[in-house]
Design a protein around this ligand. Structure first.
Ligand code: NAP
Ligand code: MG
Length: 397
């Protein structure tokens, strides 16, 4: 399997997780790629491309959170360039859909009191604003969108705006092929899990772009899924995104909510926060070609990292990173038929959940957990140690 190391606090936690929870028990070939911002800069971001290629070669990968450079980061790390988001690079190479599922524990109730079951987000991981072309418009002039066919026939063009002053424009795209595989991945996931599938876009405003997503999903449903969905008693439901947001809040949960790339990015953060913490969300990229990439849904936890550098105590939650490793190991085991590895991955997740349910938790969870005399706030290392003790007991029972 492929391991992609990352940045800041998650890099610190990544090492603790490996040292305490993985290396003592595993004898697995892991190909290591260091996506630290400095290494990406030194290799002109080639390391990200290499890691994505390796993930396609081996079929499974696990990735730590990484810095997506912005102007501040370019200054902070003295970067040659404002490199693209590694996630965007990897996703556009692997294609596919990101499924984000909250990690539920008994002693943390979602903020939305009607939610009884997890709401899983299926985020299209290709195109739209993540691989856009943007331009600043300095002053008056005409902005156009042009398509030039490869067959030599004449171009088609439309006016975006006749600018009378300065402004901005943006070009985005998607492909029918990618939307089709997004649809297929979502129907497959919903069917496997026996849960309803919801899909929503802004098709009333975006009558060509978003409407295409709606139509492709509808065709996929009619062609391949109507009978199967009826058999297991689940539904496919399309609605305008505004309506979907309102319904989700009042729902019981328990559905897969398919969303376009940007909608899925934002909504998964909302769902994660409503379930207690950004660190209580797992994320897996499922590619139509059969590749799987596991990661945490949160970022590099920059604020905690600066504390860590200052030798202040941190209480960073490692749940999502642990679940990323567990997901990757389980998939490797399933693909190879190595039961021991699957069993190890399951026990690792159980140990992590039981630790939180026993009251031992990081600061982010203590704020939202049900009050109990057993609750104890622990620091980053102590949390991983507590999970490690439980895991050890489970493995040698
Ligand atoms: P973030 O790392 O997700 O953290 C935002 C805040 O959420 C933290 O300050 C912390 O709140 C809380 N938090 C997130 N994860 C936590 C955890 N494991 N345990 C405890 N608290 C947690 O987002 P950010 O600080 O906005 O972004 C930092 C960097 O991450 C950026 O450079 C961004 O580009 C990158 N990023 C990477 C990915 C990825 O690689 N998948 C995704 C998103 C962002 P408190 O400070 O209140 O404790
Ligand atoms: Mg996000």
């Amino acid at each position: 399997m492929v391991e992609m190391d990352g940045d800041e606090m998650t890099r610190v936690v990544w090492k603790m997780v490996k040292d305490k929870l993985l290396l003592p028990y595993l004898d697995t070939n892991v190909e290591y790629y260091d996506l630290h911002i400095r290494n990406r800069d030194n290799t002109n971001d080639q390391v990200t491309v290499d890691a994505a290629n390796a993930t396609m070669k081996y079929g499974v990968g696990v990735k730590c959170a990484t810095i997506t450079p912005n102007a501040d980061r370019v200054k902070e790390y003295n970067l040659k360039e404002m490199w693209k988001s590694p996630n965007a690079t990897i996703r556009s190479m692997l294609d596919g859909t990101v499924f984000r599922k909250p990690i539920l524990v008994k002693n943390i109730r979602p903020f939305v009191s009607t939610w009884k079951k997890p709401i899983i987000i299926g985020r299209h991981a290709y195109g739209d604003v993540y691989s856009n072309t943007e331009m600043s418009i300095p002053g008056p002039g005409k902005a156009e969108i042009v398509f030039t066919p490869s067959d030599g026939s004449g171009p088609s063009q439309k006016t975006i705006q006749e600018f009378t002053g300065s402004g901005i424009i943006q070009g985005i795209h998607n492909t029918d092929e990618s939307i089709q595989s997004f649809a297929r991945a979502c129907f497959t996931y919903a069917f496997d899990e026996k849960i309803d599938l919801w899909f929503s876009t802004k098709d009333t405003i975006s009558k060509t772009y978003d409407a295409r997503f709606r139509d492709i999903f509808e065709d996929e449903y009619k062609e391949n899924w109507i009978a199967k969905f009826q058999d297991v008693g689940i539904e496919y439901f399309f609605t305008l995104i505004d309506d979907a947001v309102a319904r989700i809040i009042r729902s019981e949960g328990g559905m897969l909510w398919a969303l376009k790339n940007y909608d899925g990015d934002v909504m998964s953060d909302m769902i994660a926060a409503a379930n207690g913490s950004l660190a209580m969300m797992t994320s897996v990229l499922v590619s139509p070609h059969g590749y799987f990439e596991y990661e945490a849904a949160h970022g590099t936890v920059q604020k905690h990292y600066y504390k860590h550098l200052n030798k202040e105590e941190t209480s960073t939650n490692s749940m999502a990173l642990i679940f990323a490793w567990a997901g990757c190991l389980r998939k490797r085991g399933e693909l190879d038929g190595t039961e021991n590895l699957v069993d190890f991955a399951n026990k690792l997740e159980e140990a992590a959940i039981e630790t939180v349910e026993s009251g031992i938790m990081t600061g982010d969870l203590l704020l939202v957990a049900q009050k109990s005399p057993n609750n104890k706030r622990v620091n980053t290392q102590e949390f991983i140690d507590a999970i490690g003790e439980r895991l050890h007991r489970k493995l040698w029972r």
